[in-house]
Design a protein around this ligand. Structure first.
Ligand code: ADP
Ligand code: MG
Length: 584
């Protein structure tokens, strides 16, 4: 066959494969066009999960009658003049591909009239071929009706998921945009049923109602930080540490107001919760990152769902810091709402997720052993805390129960402290303080030789500088062996060979990209082993010291693995339980 240039409608159909994957992608492109046109009202109507009909109506700037034919031509756009514009894109569209692509795989009608116009125009396309252009008495704005999507590409139809799934995908697209553009009024109707409706009154928290139920909306934590040096700002709403999901799909990211999917950026969000929620659980939320247009390349992906950053490290750390800051100023103590055993009330949110409690018996030193070094360091930690952070109230010790829990009284009722989790948190924060990490080592009476297999030997060799930072004094000692002369004070009393292996195991497992997070994870594991165990009896003085150290922590409410360190039973609950107040 001779080489020839493909007819336009064939080229469009090929391009459509990338731009229009499923009904939800059509909805996304049409909403983006409406937003670009300055609409304040966007109505989306769907029939049969978008296979029968996708109709998007807006009150935006409209398309002039003499340009409507161009709107459905490939690479025709009003949003870009020259290649130079590509580096300063402020609109959501710019490729001039969406309408041509959608028109090539459906029967599409566009009716539009510019603001203040007398009459509008209607254009009909079928499988990429323009059927008709006529004047139409329209209202201001644009309506795009897409019928029988993929009627001419049966292969695509077959790849669609179930109707329920495609409907959910459409809900998700509209919900995200509705939540992200609170000044625009959105309505989504699927098969005659209104599933999303916002007011467009500009209230950002209210607009979250498109994504979350009203109780969650109240609980979402607001994040807002700007970093003038880099021109980056991070705003949004994230889940409290008490609410999590099983995966990261609940994280919606907008970069310069464009919805993007970026795994690394989502990881930065997840890492901000590090040690505050359970390992294996994920936060959710909606994050708006704004940065100078030249720092982000939006022209990477036909559906514009992925972007590339000039300096991703800078951006990720900004996102992580901003969210972390937000979290630290809000974190709360889980409160028991009722002690009765009605279903739901007794549900243990940590059940089934509990990290293994057998912390091993590597370290036998009781809490008292770390006490001397401890109180000074933790006093320092509290000096560093930011303003506005909610703290653990001052607690009065009552005693220890079951050799595992410390009972204390606070200004509003009873507090039960898990001694192991609490001590883990105290040790973790002490260890994370940069200056306490160095020279916190304990010389061994006699050095110990530890042998490793070739692979672990490599690992230890690679990590020698870090091990020194942790307080190990260790050097190579013949083939496959190391000699340990000192171990971290934190691990004092433990078998040096095992201590070293614990860290090496961590190095092996850990693939967290950010250095400090990785370090934090390792330290968290070490602290878990070093902390007092459940079942260990503590003297009154030790119990008081633990409460005091916990009060001084930056994040006292959770252990480094995200379990709560304490439970609060308010006076109110006690009074209800004793029938002194309200009905049960
Ligand atoms: P792009 O958005 O990348 O420019 P599209 O194919 O999505 O490409 O749209 C082509 C052009 O049609 C746009 O540049 C715009 O001028 C016009 N257009 C599309 N939808 C609308 C709308 N809802 N309101 C006003 N103009 C629109
Ligand atoms: Mg577009």
């Amino acid at each position: 066959m001779a080489i020839k240039i493909l007819p336009d409608e064939v080229a469009s159909q090929i391009a459509a494969g990338e731009v229009v994957e499923r009904p939800a992608s059509v909805v996304k492109e049409l909403i983006e066009n409406s937003l670009d046109s300055g609409a304040t009202f966007i109505q989306v109507r769907i029939e049969q999960a978008g296979k029968r009909l996708i109709e998007v109506t807006d009150d935006g700037s409209g398309i002039p009658p003499d340009e409507i034919r161009l709107a459905v031509s490939r690479h025709a756009t009003s949003k870009l003049d020259s290649a130079a514009d590509l580096v300063r894109i402020v609109t959501l569209g710019f490729r001039g591909e969406a309408l041509a692509s959608i028109g090539s795989v459906s029967r599409m009608a566009i009716t539009s009239m510019v603001r203040g116009g007398r009459e509008g125009a209607r254009l009909q396309v079928e499988g990429g071929v323009i059927r008709d252009i006529e004047t139409a008495s329209a209202t201001e704005g644009t309506q795009v009706r897409v019928e029988d999507l993929f009627y001419n590409v049966p292969a695509r139809l077959k790849f669609l998921k179930t109707e329920a799934t495609e409907k959910r995908n459409i809900d998700a697209v509209v919900a995200r945009y509705a939540a992200a553009y609170p000044q625009v009024r959105f309505i989504l109707e699927q098969d005659g049923h209104t599933s999303i409706q916002t007011t467009g009154n500009g209230d950002q928290r209210e607009a979250l109602g498109a994504l979350y139920d009203s109780i969650l909306v109240q609980q979402m934590l607001e994040v807002s930080s700007a970093y003038p040096e880099s021109g980056i700002s991070v705003r949004g709403f994230v889940s409290p540490t008490t609410e999590t999901k099983g995966n990261r799909s609940g994280i919606s990211l907008f970069v310069n107001r464009r919805w993007v999917q970026d795994h690394a950026l989502a990881s930065a969000v997840v890492q901000a919760y590090h040690t505050m929620i359970m390992v294996g659980r994920f936060p959710f939320g909606i994050i708006f990152v704004d940065l100078p247009a030249h720092k982000v390349d939006v022209n990477v992906h036909p559906a514009k769902a992925e972007v590339r950053f000039q300096d991703s490290g800078e951006l990720f750390s900004a996102v992580q810091r901003a969210i972390r800051r937000g979290l630290l100023s809000y974190s709360s103590i889980p409160t028991v709402h009722s002690l009765s055993s009605e279903p739901g009330a007794s549900e243990d949110p940590w059940e089934g997720n509990r990290p293994d409690q057998d912390a091993g018996n590597m370290v036998s030193s009781p809490y008292a052993n770390q006490q001397a070094a401890g109180s000074r360091e933790s006093a320092k930690a509290s000096d560093k805390s930011d303003d506005g952070r909610s703290k653990v109230p001052l607690l009065r010790l009552i005693g220890q129960i079951s050799n595992s829990y410390i009972v204390a009284e606070g200004p509003d009722g009873l507090y039960l402290v898990d001694q192991h989790a609490a001590h883990e948190r105290v040790l973790f924060e002490r260890f994370m303080l940069a200056d306490s990490k160095r020279d916190a080592s304990q010389q061994l009476l006699s050095p110990v030789v530890v042998e490793f297999g070739p692979e672990d030997f490599r690992l230890v060799m690679d990590q020698l500088p870090q091990l020194v930072q942790f307080g190990f004094e260790v050097e190579e000692f013949g083939p496959g062996a190391f000699i340990v002369r000192a171990i971290p004070v934190l691990l004092q009393g433990s078998d040096p060979a095992r201590a070293l292996r614990v860290l090496v195991e961590e190095f092996e497992e850990d693939e967290t990209p950010l250095e400090t997070q990785r370090e934090a994870r390792i330290i968290a594991r070490v602290c878990k082993r070093a902390a007092v165990k459940a079942g260990q009896s503590l003297s009154g003085e030790e119990q008081r010291a633990l409460l005091k150290d916990l009060e001084a922590c930056r994040s006292p409410r959770t252990c480094p693995h995200g379990r709560p360190t304490m439970i609060h039973i308010s006076l109110d609950v006690l009074e209800r339980q004793f029938g002194r107040k309200g009905a049960l």
